[in-house]
Design a protein around this ligand. Structure first.
Ligand code: FAD
Length: 482
């Protein structure tokens, strides 16, 4: 995996400068957390703030995987579309889950401040654009989000979207004024700093090789130490491995790759004025402007680990496909991270057996959801809050092993292919309509000049001919006839 990042890597928590501490002695704590990504660190921070003694054990270093490689967009909701969630668990439970997901975003907002995390650079607003014309669908979604789910949203017509993003690829949009973005890498290190300040101990280069979750005091073994805890929280995402291999196998690993362009100068302002994050409704592209005139762009995915640099040309091509007027785009950095995708699309949050917890499977939307999960788990352990049970309908389902990965890749390619086809068809229809309007205007002008009345147009082949209007009968039989 690439170790080059976009955000500033200096400061007290930069891995290169701060000495990593490895666990080399035995320890007893209330809560042991496996994994120092967003998920593990949020549990640690929240539990330490509530007064528990906490140790985080991280096999590599803080933010080593996906959590140190994000684009930093914080939105409400989950990876699973809201309509599918309602179909699965009903309206009322969906409302509760949605509200929890908003609380997760609020948690990030409250902690990702310049005061607590200098340089975090929060900025407002995210836009979800449609690859196809979907006016009706968008209106009903807006109504549902605004009225039933109390989420601030605005519907943007095609003209408005295209005034801010000069491309014919996108049609309507849903704007979330309360969504925001932050420097993702700074956030994960900021979380670690806050957790340490609250009293949690974080040990890096400390892989957990086995756990024994039976008994009241559970045991954890690392290469050079043993640890005992009343609660173990598994936050290892797809890399958890030996401690509970069956749990790892419920996640389909998906590697997503992102790039930062070289400065694009004034050219960028010519094609994009929107300053928040943009995602398309098929989850293919996700991008935003950083440093004034550079694009940060995530798009390609694989179900195996690949060298991120391989994808630099593909990302440059993708940027040019969306914004052809940009011309040549140079890529300055590329990176990638592995996300855990569950079979049902919802995260894994809950208690596997007494004192053994899981927080994983956050897919592409991990910032608000892992924050929500961290709060739920810490509060359940320390306060007896039982709301994590809302996630019980989303059981652990085997992700299909190697065959599952191959199938996942094929399905992903197929979905991208069909989305591209639907997008191409929508753009074709739009061009055809424009051509038709131009043709009609020309015909009307020609008729005006020639002083003739327009002839009825022949319908295109394949379309049913409109019924020829019958002349009204002289007896008045037409009007009012039933
Ligand atoms: C390119 C990209 C862009 C993204 N952009 C966004 C975005 O803008 N907004 C958003 O909400 N989400 C985004 N995501 C998704 C988000 O990054 C993930 O959902 C989230 O980071 C998952 O966090 P995690 O803590 O579950 O997993 P991870 O980040 O994988 O952390 C798990 C940690 O556990 C450690 N570990 C595993 N097993 C063991 C063990 N046995 N012993 C010790 N340690 C162990 C690992 O080393 C790792 O550090 C993006 C993802 C990618 C790849």
């Amino acid at each position: 995996m690439s170790e080059t990042f976009t955000s500033v890597t200096s400061g007290p928590d930069a891995p290169a400068l701060r000495e990593r501490s490895r666990l080399s002695f035995d320890l007893d704590v209330d809560i042991a957390v496996v994994g120092a990504g967003l998920a593990g660190l949020t549990v640690a921070l929240e539990a330490a703030r509530l007064g528990a003694s906490v140790a985080v054990l991280e096999g590599r270093h803080v933010g080593w995987n996906a959590s140190g490689h994000l684009l930093g967009t914080v939105m409400p909701g989950f990876g699973l579309p809201i309509g599918e969630l309602i179909a699965r668990i009903g309206f009322e439970d969906t409302r509760e889950l949605w509200s929890l997901s908003k609380q997760g975003a609020d948690f990030v907002r409250a902690n990702a401040t310049e005061e607590l995390m200098p340089g975090i650079a929060p900025s407002e607003g995210a836009l979800e654009v449609s690859n196809v014309e979907g006016g009706d669908e968008m209106i009903s979604r807006l109504q549902m989000l605004g009225e039933d789910f109390e989420t601030e949203v605005e519907g943007w017509q095609v003209d408005r979207v295209r005034a801010e993003l000069r491309t014919d690829r996108y049609f309507h949009g849903v704007y979330y004024p309360k969504a925001f973005q932050i420097d993702g890498r700074k956030y994960v290190h900021g979380l670690a700093a806050l957790a340490r300040r609250a009293g949690a101990r974080i040990f890096e280069d400390t892989p957990v090789v086995s756990i024994d979750p039976s008994g009241i005091r559970k045991r954890i073994v690392t290469p050079s130490a043993r640890l005992r805890a009343s609660h173990i929280v598994l936050a290892g995402n797809i890399h958890l491995g030996a401690p509970l291999r069956r749990l790892s196998e419920t996640l389909l690993p998906v590697w997503r790759y992102a790039a930062l362009t070289a400065p694009l100068g004034e050219r960028l302002a010519d094609v994009m004025t929107f300053q928040g994050s943009v995602t398309d409704n098929d989850g293919i592209d996700h991008f935003r402007i950083v440093d004034g005139d550079r694009l940060m762009w995530a798009s390609p995915e694989t179900t195996w680990a690949a060298r991120p640099q391989r994808f630099a040309p593909a990302i440059a091509r993708r940027i040019r496909t969306i914004f052809p007027r940009l011309g040549r785009v140079d890529i300055a950095e590329v990176w990638g991270g592995a996300m855990g995708q569950t079979v049902h699309g919802m995260p894994q949050i809950g208690q596997l057996r007494k004192g053994l917890w899981v927080t994983s499977g956050f897919g592409r939307q991990g910032l608000n959801t892992s924050a929500m999960a961290g709060q739920l788990i810490a509060r359940s352990i320390l306060w007896g809050d039982e709301r994590w049970r809302l996630f019980s309908p989303f059981e652990l389902v085997w992700a299909g092993g190697r065959t599952g990965r191959a199938a996942g890749y094929m399905i992903g390619m197929w979905e991208r292919g069909s989305s591209a086809a639907a997008g191409a068809l929508a753009r074709y229809r739009e061009r055809a309509r424009v051509q038709e309007r131009i043709h009609e205007a020309r015909l009307a002008e020609a008729n005006r000049q020639a002083g003739t009345r327009p002839q009825p147009r022949r319908p295109p082949p394949g379309r049913p001919r409109p019924a020829r209007p019958r002349p009204p009968a002289a007896t008045g039989e037409g009007e009012g006839a039933s």
